[in-house]
Design a protein around this ligand. Structure first.
Ligand SMILES: [Zn+2]
Length: 123
């Protein structure tokens, strides 16, 4: 194959990269986020919609106390807890998958997952 001009080659590569990036961003942007709450490494609650009309709550009770969890606008957080260190409350709002809120005294973990991975995990 005859070599194409270098500048044209790079222009094509560049355009290609931009297209791929745009697709990835659009796919990731999705509404499809859910949160999973684990206790003792077991799933105890799944929140399928992190975009309720107004802030929603649930309270997870355990032998040692409770964690009051709230979610809204794609974020989830521990609003109140009676654990000793309050790390979970001080963590703030979790909005991206890959991070997790951990309440070590209550053996509680909250993670956000994209619904694609969630389909895999459940079935
Ligand atoms: Zn805690």
């Amino acid at each position: 194959m005859k070599s194409i001009p270098k500048s044209l080659f790079w222009a094509i590569v560049f355009a290609f990269v931009i297209i791929i990036c745009t697709i990835v961003i659009l796919l990731n942007k999705g509404d499809a986020k859910s949160a999973v709450i684990y206790q003792d490494n077991k799933i105890i609650k799944r929140i399928d919609n992190l975009y309720p009309d107004k802030t929603e709550h649930t309270t997870i009770k355990n032998d040692d106390g409770y964690n009051k969890i709230a979610w809204y606008d794609g974020k989830i957080w521990v609003e109140k807890a009676d654990c000793k260190n309050q790390t979970c409350v001080n963590f703030g709002k979790l909005s991206s998958s890959g991070l997790s809120i951990i309440c070590a005294p209550h053996k509680l973990t909250i993670v956000i997952e994209d619904s694609d991975s969630h389909a895999d995990a459940v079935t």
